[in-house]
Unconditional design. Structure first.
Length: 237
């Protein structure tokens, strides 16, 4: 089996890649623009042939906006099927609504919504062609309808709500295919991104614990859920 994870140089993406390497026989394509972070991931996955099943892909996903088709060029030519796609890369700026810079607001919408949509579109030729492909969009409780909302996260939460809606739309549009779409709306996890956005705040879960859930769900969740937005939080209603 083959999994592709974005935002794999740190946090949840980093830990999920490690989980797959150490717990399953997946080949893992770990995508990030951060070469140093991917080098750390390779070091963390050494042993049990982990380094041979982990394939670091240094690529800035925002290039897809100006270079359509580029992502397919950096993946192996013989990669004819992706079993699991985890759209995990994200961007967050915590500021009051009226203080948000337009460029930061635009980037949150771009990274958290548009890039995952374009990546799915670019990978369509290798999704659902040889059995089930499980596409998981990593959302946020901030974008989950009816959840408590927090000041400073209007653009971030709205971009994640868009990603959740995209999941439902694609699930309906491709309901007669072997592409299964789900969205996990995560609560607070003690990642570098959380620490940068909320200095001193302690997240509800360690990234390794959340990675275990995501990894298990990626492997089995398509049997039970299709087109669902599922809250995954130990603290946020």
């Amino acid at each position: 089996m083959i999994a592709l994870i974005t935002g794999a140089s740190r946090g949840i993406g980093f830990e999920t890649a490690k989980y797959f390497i150490h717990q399953t026989d997946l080949d893992v394509y770990a995508v990030s623009r951060n070469r140093q972070g991917l080098d750390r991931l390779v070091s963390a996955c050494r042993g049990n042939d982990g380094e041979f099943r982990l394939h670091p892909v240094v690529y800035d996903l925002e290039r897809m906006l100006t270079e359509p088709g580029e992502i397919s060029k950096i993946l192996p030519a013989d990669l004819h099927h992706v079993d699991i796609l985890i759209n995990n890369a994200g961007f967050l700026v915590n500021k009051p609504f009226e203080q948000q810079r337009p460029e930061d607001a635009e980037r949150m919408c771009r990274v958290n919504f548009l890039i995952p949509a374009l990546l799915i579109k670019e990978l369509m030729p290798v999704l659902g062609k040889k059995g089930i492909s499980h596409i998981i969009n990593i959302g946020s409780m901030g974008g989950y309808q009816g959840s408590i909302k927090f000041p400073g996260l209007a653009f971030y939460s709205s971009s994640k709500a868009s990603l959740a809606c995209l999941t439902e739309c694609l699930s309906q549009e491709y309901k007669d295919t072997d592409m299964v779409f789900n969205c996990l709306a995560l609560g607070s996890v003690q990642t570098e991104m959380l620490e940068e956005a909320f200095p001193g705040f302690r997240g509800g879960l360690a990234p390794g614990r959340m990675a275990e859930f995501i990894g298990n769900f990626a492997l089995t969740g398509h049997r039970y859920f299709r087109g669902r937005i599922l809250p995954v939080s130990s603290s946020t209603p």
